[in-house]
Design a protein around this ligand. Structure first.
Ligand code: PEP
Ligand code: MN
Length: 336
């Protein structure tokens, strides 16, 4: 159960509500986010929610029996929107594309990418400075110095940044230089990291685990929300299956299912989703038609020379074509 509290609730009213919940054998947790205050009640006993809904200090009360609660659409019927400032909105009718290299490699590369994004009206650049690599001998990113260059160049050009955080110890150094923290597939159930990101007032894009179910993804998002941060994006990036003809199995089903289960925006990552450059466009457009609120895609001035994921990375010509088709597809979809 979710008890949505009034913002001006008194300590006395809060204690009375907690006593009431205790009396019906509900174990309660208090959640305070940047947008609201909630009490989460967990228990089995049957009761009439009207008895709580009419109490002083209660804004609303909802029965949500799923393992995840605050990220559920069962209590928040509309869709959430992430506002990055400067008119860059994601979700609830606003689609955004995020594009850039798998890894940040040099200042020249950042500058070139930023120009390409500006020419194509793309407002968010992706790029990893801390890279989770399957092999310890692969390029592992430029780290904090790379992030500072990334920020300097993007900020001077009005481009927002999304980049991956791998450990909670990195958050404090990174927080002033990012617009969205990305949690990678390999960290989708790193609960210490998720807890820590709940205490940060920056949006978080949470990727689905390599073999993660949608239920696990939503519960991971609940960690962030219940620690105080409501600004969460979910990302479908393909899952591991028995198929070996492509890198991952992009799960198109995930998009409508997530849109039905949660109010959070859903982003598609066709680059990791299929892992083959020539098919990234088809999967991106399919993801949009399935209802995605945004796209994240790997782009490089010379994919053949990219430090990581070159085989699934688009060049500028290919990405220009994709961006045009994305715009057309979003318009077509929204007019249906
Ligand atoms: C990435 O975005 O480059 C990345 C490593 O993604 P994932 O965590 O989905 O593998
Ligand atoms: Mn990558």
């Amino acid at each position: 159960m979710i008890v949505h509290l009034e913002s001006n609730i008194s300590q006395e009213e809060l204690s009375t509500i907690k006593e009431k919940l205790k009396s019906i054998e509900l174990k309660t947790s208090e959640v305070k986010t940047q947008f609201g205050e909630y009490l989460i009640g967990i228990g089995k006993k049957e009761f009439d929610i009207r008895a709580i809904g009419t109490m002083k200090g209660v804004k609303d009360v909802h029965k949500v029996s799923d393992a995840y609660k605050l990220v559920s659409k069962k209590w928040k019927v509309g869709y959430s929107q992430i506002d990055l400032g400067d008119g860059v909105l994601i979700g609830d009718g606003h689609f955004q594309t995020m594009a850039g290299p798998c890894s940040i490699e040099s200042e020249a590369q950042i500058e070139s990418t930023v120009q390409h994004l500006l020419e194509n009206n793309v407002k968010i650049m992706r790029g990893g400075v801390y890279k989770p690599r399957s092999s310890p001998y692969s390029f592992r990113g430029l780290g904090q110095e790379g992030l500072k260059s990334f920020y300097k160049i993007c900020n001077a050009n009005g481009i927002k940044i999304i980049t991956e955080v791998m450990m909670k110890e990195q958050i404090a150094d990174m927080v002033d230089y990012v617009d969205i923290f990305q949690v990678g597939a390999r960290n989708a159930q790193n609960f210490n990291l998720l807890d820590a990101l709940g205490e940060v007032d920056k949006p978080v894009m949470l990727k689905r685990g390599i073999s993660g179910t949608l239920n696990e993804l939503l519960q991971a998002a609940e960690y962030i929300f219940s620690n105080g941060n409501e600004r969460i994006l979910l990302c479908e990036r393909g899952i591991r299956s028995y198929e070996t003809a492509y890198r991952n199995t992009f799960d198109i089903n995930a998009i409508p299912i997530l849109k039905a289960k949660t109010h959070l925006p859903v982003i598609v990552d066709p680059s990791h989703g299929i892992g083959i450059r020539s098919f990234v466009e088809s999967i991106a457009l399919a993801g949009i038609m399935a209802g995605a609120d945004g796209l994240i895609v790997e782009v490089h001035h010379e994919p053949e020379k990219a430090f990581s994921d070159g085989q699934q990375t688009l060049n500028y010509q290919e990405s220009k074509t994709l961006f045009e088709k994305v715009n057309k597809t979003v318009q077509f979809r929204d007019a249906l």
